[in-house]
Design a binder for this molecule. Structure first.
Ligand SMILES: [Zn+2]
Length: 98
């Protein structure tokens, strides 16, 4: 995956799990509403902490595909950061040599 693909995937995930969803300020709030909605609709809904806005939403249980996609984005960001840190450290070393 390159930067462009990761950005695209992250955007798609954000739209699916955050944008336009009702927010809850605690896990308990989201879980209570999810249980109530599950009872009335017969669908299995859960409360979850949003990786984008860090608040809570209610939705369907994550699919394997969704978990894999989130993992891919996270891994890319982690490796990108590690690379960025290495470049930073290298610069520091060069400066120390002077
Ligand atoms: Zn959110």
């Amino acid at each position: 995956m390159n930067r462009y693909q990761t950005d695209l995937l992250r955007e798609r995930l954000e739209y699916a799990s955050c944008v336009g969803k009702k927010i809850y300020f605690s896990q308990r709030d989201a879980d209570d509403k999810a249980a109530l909605s599950s009872f009335h609709s017969g669908e299995q809904l859960v409360g979850y902490e949003c990786p984008f806005c860090k608040l809570w939403h209610m939705g369907h249980r994550k699919s394997k595909k969704r978990i894999e996609a989130e993992g891919m984005v996270r891994r890319y960001e982690l490796h990108g950061r590690i690379r960025a840190e290495r470049v930073y450290q290298r610069k520091e070393t060069i400066n120390e040599d002077r």
